[in-house]
Design a protein around this ligand. Structure first.
Ligand code: NAD
Ligand code: DAU
Length: 352
């Protein structure tokens, strides 16, 4: 990929701490940085929860200027020491509990990681001082839309799930750090991501994996909930733009103007894999299921000189091919923990 931005950066990171860089978006972000920003020193700090996977970053081992550290964002003193030792000037914060269904089954871990963890990281960064802190957030903090309209940065926060409420809490703590301490935080709020290395609890990889195995595809409710999809590499480029060009204290919505009802995504996956629609099972709905998300990303496009580059047609074809070719990665994830979660989340829904 060539240099993606037209205007000069306002901030040039020299040493960046990326939290959650063994997860889906974080690993794609780290890979983008190593490709696009040679000379940048990079520390990938990740607790390796069920969602973090060393296989997703195995190809990065030994790369110049790259260091992986296993650790928890809640350990303020340890993070502060690392920031000091490594002379970190920029933090990009992806680490989170990220799955809505898991937050419905058990919310406490979401408060610990997303709320307490974000404040712990802010405390460490405030102690040591950094030049930029990017809080990677989500459009879900805005709640749910009816058939018309899109989320802007001025849309009130109305989170509906324990996951989105914990992300909104984290965003407000970041806002408070800016207002109280003048701490240079930039917040990004992105729509639904898809692409390689996404944990197969989320819609697209789950449906691809199950269709490949000729297993039933559980579609919640009437399948007409709408999500606004963006390729993970376009999101990663937007986060980098926010780190380099975002104004402290500002929020930037990130999206690719690409709304789809869930059932249409599922049909598209089945068609692409040559599998029959008889695999679809409409199951009991997700409690509190947000009906529609759609994001207005005009501000990010204008102020960050960023725009998505990957069409959905190309992105979804590449994604389906990736999962087809990475059966080893998928099977490394289908552990006892995964099976237990799947049973807990879906067994009662299937009886609908
Ligand atoms: P993910 O679940 O794939 O990865 C999360 C990563 O964070 C994992 O590697 C995990 O090990 C790590 N982690 C969890 N708790 C930690 C802790 N206490 N300390 C250190 N590391 C910890 O998540 P994702 O889908 O890549 O999402 C990354 C971020 O982007 C999240 O903050 C999420 O809210 C946000 N986001 C996601 C999407 C999406 O569509 N997936 C869209 C918008 C925003
Ligand atoms: O909008 C950004 C958010 O997108 C991120 O902040 C979250 O981290 C990410 O998980 C995602 O949240 P969603 O709840 O929208 O994603 P998920 O893939 O879980 O579900 C997408 C849609 O598909 C949603 O309407 C629920 C539906 N669905 C999901 C699963 C897992 C099903 O119909 N069946 C399923 O089995």
């Amino acid at each position: 990929m060539s240099q993606p931005f037209a205007d000069p950066p306002r901030h040039t990171p020299r040493c960046m701490l990326v939290t959650g860089g063994a997860g889906f978006i974080g690993s794609n972000f780290v890979r983008l940085l190593l490709r696009e920003r040679p000379g940048l020193r990079l520390i990938n700090y990740d607790a390796l929860t069920y969602a973090g996977n060393l296989r997703s970053i195995a190809d990065l081992d030994g790369h110049d200027g790259y260091l992986f550290v296993r650790g928890d964002i809640c350990e303020t003193e340890r993070v502060a020491a690392l920031l000091r030792e490594q002379r970190v000037d920029t933090i990009v914060h992806f680490a989170a509990e990220s799955h809505v269904d898991r937050s419905i089954l058990a919310g406490a871990e979401f408060v610990r990681t997303n709320v307490v963890g974000t404040q712990s990281l802010l405390d460490a960064a405030l102690q040591v001082g950094v030049e930029r802190f990017v809080q990677v957030s989500t459009d879900e903090v805005y709640g749910s839309l009816g058939p018309e309209g899109r989320f802007t940065e001025e849309t009130p926060l109305q989170p509906n799930s324990p996951y989105s409420a914990s992300k909104a809490g984290a965003d407000l703590l970041c806002r408070a750090a800016f207002h109280t301490h003048g701490f240079p935080v930039v917040i990004t709020r992105c729509s639904n991501n898809y692409g390689p290395y996404q944990f197969p609890e989320k819609l697209i990889p789950l449906m691809i994996m199950r269709a490949l195995a000729d297993e039933a595809l559980p579609v919640y409710g009437d399948g007409m909930n709408v999500r606004d999809w963006i390729h993970v590499e376009d999101h990663a480029a937007a986060v980098l733009a926010a780190a380099e060009r975002g104004r402290p204290g500002e929020v930037y919505n990130i999206g690719a103007d690409n709304e789809w009802p869930n059932i249409e995504i599922v049909r598209l996956i089945l068609r692409s894999l040559g599998k029959p629609e008889s695999l679809i099972r409409f199951v009991k709905d997700r409690p509190g299921h947000d009906r529609r998300y759609a994001i207005d990303s005009a501000k990010a496009r204008r102020e960050l000189s960023w725009a998505p580059r990957i069409s959905f047609e190309e992105g979804i074809a590449r994604t389906i091919a990736w999962y087809r070719e990475h059966g080893d990665w998928l099977s490394s994830i289908i552990t006892g923990e995964y099976r237990e979660y799947y049973e807990k989340n879906y067994a009662h829904k299937m009886q609908a």
